[in-house]
Structure formats: structure tokens, C-alpha cells
Design a protein around this ligand. Structure first.
Ligand code: FE2
Length: 131
């Protein structure tokens, strides 16, 4: 996490959504940086990998996408939800799996969340569908 924090100012942070999707406040509290993928430094059309950042007290609302997704939180406890399950507190280092097409969401508490993400299959630049 210290390495990410020290490099944060030099990384290319992106956002998938617009204010019409989840509101302007969400855009001030969310971003991601892709390391591998169609938008990453290392090009790949088969997978995307990067880091998601969420500010404290932020809800990343329910969404879904064709791509299968794995998150590995690296800093900050958060609660994660996917359709068919209840909200679960997940500690850093515990992987979270979202199968293709399943609705899912995440909420931070008092700490910011940094989580590695991995996407595979589907259109790696596809905007998620809001549920
Ligand atoms: Fe997702």
C-alpha cells in the first residue's frame, strides 16, 4: 500500500461513470488505475488488472457486467454484496469473486478502500450496467 500511495500522483486515474449514473459526489470518491488491459501500460485484450480506490463512507452501487471479476482488497475493510448473498465484511487479502452478469456492490466505512481488480472475458472496456 505504501508503494501505491507514493506512486498515486504519477498514475493515470480513470472513471467509468458520469454524474448521471451515481451522482457527482460518487465521482469525487472513486477512481481506478489499470496496469494491464486495453487501457493499461501492459496491453492485453484477454484480461484487465488494476486498482480500485474508494473514499471512506462511499457506496459503489449495484452494477453488473459480462466480465468475470475478482477483487483482492489490499487496504481498508469494506462490506461487499452480490445478488443472492447478504452484505459481508471482507478484510484485506480476502478475494471476492463476481461471476459474469451478477449484480454486486461495495461500501466503505471509515477507511478508504484500495483493491486490486481482475477482469476477464467480455469487452474489457465495457461500461457496467447499473442495476
Ligand atoms: Fe464490478
Amino acid at each position: 500500500m505504501e508503494c501505491l500511495a507514493s506512486a498515486a500522483g504519477d498514475l493515470c486515474w480513470c472513471q467509468t461513470y458520469a454524474a448521471d449514473d451515481f451522482g457527482e459526489d460518487f465521482l469525487n470518491r472513486y477512481g481506478w488505475c489499470e496496469f494491464v488491459g486495453m487501457r493499461g501500460l501492459v496491453k492485453s485484450q484477454r484480461l484487465a488488472c488494476g486498482v480500485l480506490m474508494l473514499a471512506p463512507h462511499t457506496t459503489y452501487p449495484a452494477h453488473r457486467h459480462v466480465d468475470e471479476e475478482i477483487y483482492i482488497p489490499i487496504s481498508g475493510a469494506a462490506r461487499w454484496w452480490r445478488r443472492g448473498d447478504s452484505w459481508k465484511a471482507v478484510e484485506p487479502g480476502t478475494p471476492i469473486h463476481h461471476p459474469s452478469g451478477i449484480s454486486h456492490a461495495v461500501k466503505t466505512d471509515t477507511a478508504p478502500l484500495a483493491a486490486l481488480y481482475l477482469w476477464r472475458e467480455g469487452d474489457l472496456t465495457q461500461k457496467s450496467l447499473i442495476c
